[in-house]
Ligand binder design. Structure first.
Ligand code: AHR
Length: 550
């Protein structure tokens, strides 16, 4: 018997109809076999991490490529409304219920003069955007954006120019947007036809100011002082603002964390949050190994925890009562349409820039990244999938309509199902080793540390007391075989399965195109039987969302 491989022996035993009692030797082998493939979680509504701020599923629109022009705004299009807004795109975003959208950049904001984008359109200048070497017509500006946000039911998150822009002009924009009337800038807004203030609450104090590629790039201490100065002025205008300081552009930066510490030492008392950015790829860093790639959301976990550590250290140094929260306001997969021609607008209007085509494995990783955000929802309150339309985006447009890229689906599930409280589910199950990683794609980037033991199943859960619904989000990183998930319920029992959908397929490189738009789409998974212990088979290479009524 010792010569028969364990799996074949168990199959043979099953076929021979052997009676396997739980305590027999054979029973123990069978249990060990199951254990080897099983991940256990406990769902207990009292094990609450935090209430999930819905802004965790925000997104981002930059004046870059075709995100704004021909993306959300295209006056000549057959889909355009009287404002020039594309109604087909608005409908997608409205349906998704994106809670908050960051605008106007990104790198673009660091050279953006907001006054060029307000007032009568005929008087607005066409300018050269030096971030992406593109012609900016300024037809779409602050008032158009806030108007568009209202129509799609989202909240604006405004970026401020800390590159060529002064603290004074940043404060002026806050006054323009938020003061009712009777001051220079609020009266200008009213003159422009907007009597009511926009009441914008969330603001980013600059973008990636640590990066040498950034217009107006500066030293951490200088940025921190400017952020503190601008924040103080802005709070006089509107004390209710939520202000996000510009954190490090990511762990690839030589100044990673050191930048954050120095910045916060200058402006900790004046701000509410710090930003994080990260783009993932299956190239140099992973060596094209998809099993490493699907574990990259563990690098997001680590980045979040490292930035929290810095925030809390500065809090200690300052003897402050205030705890900062994190704004992960740029995250996505981005590694193909990245440098060179993909990033150079050649002084044209609405060029095709950063038009990344997403495949199945990218969507699975995006699912994993959503899991990482949910399990850190005690500190991450805002996060923005970068971006939303045409530029590294889940939604693409052409003259005939919209296309949902693969990453649309996990993002839509997060938006739809991650409601109420994130729960501590503490999965226990088999792992695989993700040893060394290579250099990140960013030039001169620092080598990333290994990820260690990556669980085959990455599981998070939310419980919404308002609707008595539990949602589980499960990434199966096993490229070859299905894996078992065992759910034990404590204090609540499911009464029925609302839905069980999965994104999977045999070809990790499969993509959706305008000619073949449904190649990668969710499928229904066999609905499991409800009970105090439930067992589900998660398909190989998959991301699943399971919603249950209690
Ligand atoms: O999202 C694309 C670019 O990536 C943004 O403009 C910049 O902030 C980041 O480097």
């Amino acid at each position: 018997m010792a010569n028969i491989p364990r799996r074949r022996f168990l199959n043979n035993a099953g076929m021979a109809g052997l009676a396997v009692t739980a305590n027999s030797w054979l029973g123990r082998v069978a249990r060990a076999e199951a254990d080897y493939r099983t991940t256990r979680v406990v769902i207990d509504p009292s094990r609450r991490i935090a209430a999930v701020d819905h802004r965790l599923f925000g997104s981002f629109l930059e004046h870059l490529g075709r995100a704004i022009y021909t993306g959300i705004y295209e006056p000549g299009s057959k889909f355009a409304d009287s404002n020039g807004f594309r109604t087909d795109v608005m409908q997608e975003i409205r349906q998704l219920r994106v809670p908050i959208i960051r605008w106007p950049g990104g790198n673009f904001v660091s050279g953006y003069y907001w006054l060029d984008g307000v007032g009568p359109k005929k008087d607005r200048p066409q300018v050269l955007d030096r971030a992406w070497n593109t012609l900016e017509t300024n037809e779409f500006g602050t008032n158009e954006f806030t108007n568009w946000c209202k129509q799609v039911g989202t909240e604006p998150l405004l970026g401020l120019n800390f590159g060529t822009g002064s603290a004074e002009m940043a404060a002026a924009l806050v006054e323009y947007c938020n003061v009712d009337k009777g001051t220079k800038w609020s009266e200008l807004r009213r003159q422009h036809g907007y009597e009511e203030p926009h009441r914008i609450k969330y603001w980013c104090l600059g973008n990636e100011m640590d990066g040498p590629w950034q217009i107006g790039h500066m030293a951490a201490v200088d940025y921190g002082r400017k952020a503190a100065d601008a924040a103080r002025q802005m709070r006089v205008i509107d004390p209710s603002l939520k202000l996000i300081a510009c954190g490090s552009s990511g762990p690839f930066m030589p100044t990673y964390l050191e930048w954050d510490r120095q910045v916060l030492e200058e402006c900790y008392n004046e701000v509410d949050a710090i930003s994080l950015h990260r783009y993932y790829g299956n190239a140099e860093e992973t060596g094209g190994d998809s099993s490493k790639y699907l574990a990259m959301n563990l690098a997001m976990d680590r980045q979040i925890e490292e930035v929290i550590a810095v925030c809390d250290m500065v809090r200690g140094l300052k003897r402050s009562n205030k705890q900062l929260w994190l704004s992960f306001d740029e995250w996505n997969v981005w590694y193909r349409a990245r440098g060179g021609e993909a990033a150079n607008g050649h002084r044209t209007k609405a060029p095709h820039l950063l038009e990344e085509v997403y495949n199945l494995e990218d969507a699975l990783l995006v699912g994993g990244l959503i899991n990482s955000l949910v399990r850190h929802s005690d500190r991450v309150r805002v996060a923005c999938l970068a971006q939303l339309v045409n530029v590294i985006a889940p939604i693409m447009t052409n003259e005939n309509g919209v296309l949902r890229q693969t990453i649309f689906y996990p993002y839509a599930w997060g938006l739809q199902h991650a409601r109420g409280n994130a729960l501590r589910v503490e999965p226990e199950g088999p792992t695989y080793e993700v040893g060394s990683l290579g250099r990140p794609i960013e030039s001169g980037g620092r080598i990333m540390p290994a990820l260690g033991h990556a669980p085959y199943l990455d599981v998070v859960a939310t419980f919404d007391p308002a609707t008595m619904t539990v949602a589980l989000f499960v990434l199966n990183r096993d490229l070859e075989g299905q894996r078992e998930l065992q759910i034990d319920w404590r204090d609540v029992l499911p009464t029925k399965v609302n839905s069980c959908e999965v994104l999977t397929g045999s070809n990790l490189k499969a993509v959706n195109t305008f000619d073949d738009p449904r190649r990668v789409t969710p499928q229904l998974l066999e609905v499991p039987k409800v009970g105090s212990r439930m067992t589900l088979q998660m398909p190989a290479r998959s991301y699943t969302v399971l919603s249950l009524a209690m």
